[in-house]
Ligand binder design. Structure first.
Ligand SMILES: Nc1ncnc2c1ncn2[C@@H]1O[C@H](COP(=O)(O)OP(=O)(O)OP(=O)(O)O)[C@@H](O)[C@H]1O
Ligand SMILES: [Mg+2]
Length: 399
């Protein structure tokens, strides 16, 4: 009997990670072949979890020949910060902490005694040292230190598209081009000897954003793996495994009800439905769930109390990606699409004509498709029949 530790918000690995067998095998194959990979997919699909789980399993099975470094770069607003974040993770990594000493040699005068520096002090000092004029060279040297290890390394840079968006906001296209001009040869240099396998991961429209900047060519040497929603059967098994872990009897009809409501099976949405049902049963001191309980949880809790928080989260992320100029139009577009059928290329043209500002409507549709709001079929776009659509419909009523 499959069991799964329920986890609603953090990335999941090990006993809390469910399935993704094919995805694990395909991505792991790329990692072991030394192929650089862009791991994309819409929000909350499990990209970070997949990358972490692959790293965890790699070390469990082949830790004597592999190292694994996971770097969350979401907060980085410049190339210098990206190298600083990498240095922080390398500094505290048991396989590399001694290696970083030679990298730090030229700057040791800034450090009294590296061994005595806390992680916090290290972060401050490294940011004092890295700047506009030295980050590219220091970044290359740091990667070379990693490469000189006896072991091979899986290096994950997670939330890469966020960094692109932040740099774009501060330094426009030139800033993004500078970062990618640095990254591209660094990644290519890892390919021949396969010492470092790089995964760049993240959501929010990396491809359309780079297309608009005409910079796609700078990452086109990387294979792209797009993580998709679960199939219904896997989502059903996940529900069952969560219930089994809690030893709660749940009728199959209840799982089917939730699956019907969700329409698209994003792992986080399955976890969320289960967590709300479980909490509700505990509050009501019930040992088993009825269909009425499931309906109450879905309509009164998930679509109502959860809705504001979830929609705010999605809206914030969209606002960060699109900026002040495009974001209000995206909201208007989603409002007009969330209750209806397919949106044709003609409708897109009419929509654009009625706007008082100039908008690249195809770019907008591209970002919204990439992020899982819309699906494109034969030059028509439809708002995916997902939980997100139901949340969006709820929000629209109050605008
Ligand atoms: N394989 C899995 N098994 C069980 N739960 C999962 C799995 N993958 C994802 N989840 C659920 O989805 C949530 C989000 O996972 P994760 O943070 O890895 O997604 P993400 O795609 O990286 O999200 P974001 O777009 O916010 O970066 C987890 O907290 C967990 O509840
Ligand atoms: Mg993530």
């Amino acid at each position: 009997m499959d069991t799964l530790i329920p986890t609603e918000s953090n990335t999941v690995t090990g006993d809390a990670f469910f399935n993704r067998d094919t995805e694990r095998r395909l991505v792991r194959e790329k990692v072991e072949n030394g192929e650089p990979l862009l791991l994309t997919g819409q929000r909350r699909m499990g990209k970070s979890s997949l990358a972490r789980e692959i790293g965890r399993a790699l070390i469990e099975e082949k830790g004597d020949t592999w190292s694994y470094v996971f770097v969350d770069i979401q907060s980085c607003v410049s190339g210098a910060e990206l190298v600083a974040r990498l240095a922080e993770e390398i500094h505290k990594h048991p396989d590399f902490s001694s290696k970083i000493k030679s990298w730090l040699k030229p700057i040791l005068k800034l450090f009294n005694n590296i061994e005595e520096l806390s992680a916090g002090e290290f972060s401050i000092k490294i940011r004092e040292y890295l700047n506009e004029s030295n980050w590219q060279l220091k970044g290359r040297e740091l990667l070379q230190e990693i490469e000189s290890s006896d072991k091979r390394t899986l290096l994950v840079l997670d939330e890469f598209p966020d960094v692109i968006n932040k740099i774009y906001k501060n330094e426009q296209v030139e800033g993004v081009a500078t970062l990618l001009d640095w990254l591209r040869p660094e990644i290519q240099a890892t390919v021949p000897n396969k010492k470092i396998s790089i995964i760049l991961s993240g959501s929010i429209g990396l491809e359309p954003v780079l297309q608009r900047m005409k910079l796609t060519v700078k990452i086109n040497q990387m294979a792209v793996y797009r993580l998709k929603p679960w199939k219904r059967e896997i989502a059903r098994n996940c529900f069952k495994a969560l219930a089994n872990y809690k030893k709660i009897e749940v009728d199959d009809a209840i799982f089917e009800y939730f699956l019907d409501q969700l329409g698209i099976y994003i792992p986080q949405h399955i976890q969320q439905c289960w967590a709300r049902l479980d909490a509700y049963l505990q509050e009501e001191e019930k040992q088993s769930a009825s269909l009425a309980d499931a309906e109450h949880v879905f309509h009164k809790i998930i679509l109502r109390s959860d809705s504001d928080r979830m929609i705010s989260h999605y809206e914030n992320r969209l606002q960060e990606t699109l900026g002040e100029h495009d974001y209000p139009v995206a909201v208007q577009l989603l409002d007009s699409m969330c209750d209806g059928g397919p949106f044709t290329a003609d409708q897109a043209r009419l929509f654009k004509e009625e706007l008082t500002i100039d908008i690249d409507i195809h770019y907008l549709l591209g970002v919204l498709s990439h992020d899982g709001y819309l699906e494109e079929q034969d030059s028509q776009w439809i708002f995916n029949d997902s939980l997100l659509r139901k949340w969006w419909q709820g929000r629209k009523k109050f605008r």
